[in-house]
Write a protein that binds this ligand. Sequence first.
Ligand SMILES: Nc1ncnc2c1ncn2[C@@H]1O[C@H](COP(=O)(O)OP(=O)(O)OP(=O)(O)O)[C@@H](O)[C@H]1O
Length: 214
Amino acid sequence: MSDALFAVHGLSCVRGDRTLFAGLSLTLDAGEAVHVRGPNGLGKTTLLRALCGLSRPMRGEIRWRGERISDLAEEFTAEVAYVGHLNGIQGELTAAENLRLASRVFTRRGCAGQSEGEALARVGLRAQADRPARHLSQGQKRRLALARLLVLRRPLWVLDEPFTALDVASVASLSSLIGEHMAAGGLALVVSHQAFDLPGIRDFELARYCRTRR
Ligand SMILES: Nc1ncnc2c1ncn2[C@@H]1O[C@H](COP(=O)(O)OP(=O)(O)OP(=O)(O)O)[C@@H](O)[C@H]1O
């Protein structure tokens, strides 16, 4: 087993009666990111959910700082920021209140990241700070979901189709946000069908580990 900060070895995941992938290994160290690629239905979301401890793989080991994530349990969860297909924002709260909620509920003492104002400005939502989130456009809602990454300040970002609904400028801006996270020693796992430009990110073709037809 590798001694990388995040090390995955021999992973298999099953959905229903079908093995989606098997024998999957992957390592990530501080400052590294991978772009997980593959066609619809291959198992990318299933993989991300397993990698952040939301579901248990059928076989294999996932280690963080040398320890099994199943043994670390909440200690590992507190190191991960996950943005899935759904934005997970509260429509009746303003954009700023959504970030305040995330920061109060999910941030451990002494681990806070950027302020709400800084995070909103970074994703281009400063002018929408006091607007109820239900009145934001789809792209603005996605940017608000991504702003949580900044207030939480966690080392491992797990992002499932983060660029959905984003315009060209926002895709570039989010790509550079991930780049800044890497430059600060962060790690990122990104599933995306969209092309994006991020120097240093490695491609990871899930199909290499899939033996059955979809
Ligand atoms: N709860 C479930 N029970 C049975 N099969 C499931 C379940 N959830 C997902 N699947 C199947 O597992 C396969 C992988 O799904 P997954 O969402 O991981 O794919 P994906 O690569 O992320 O796809 P997409 O690019 O379309 O988002 C799909 O064929 C899906 O139908």
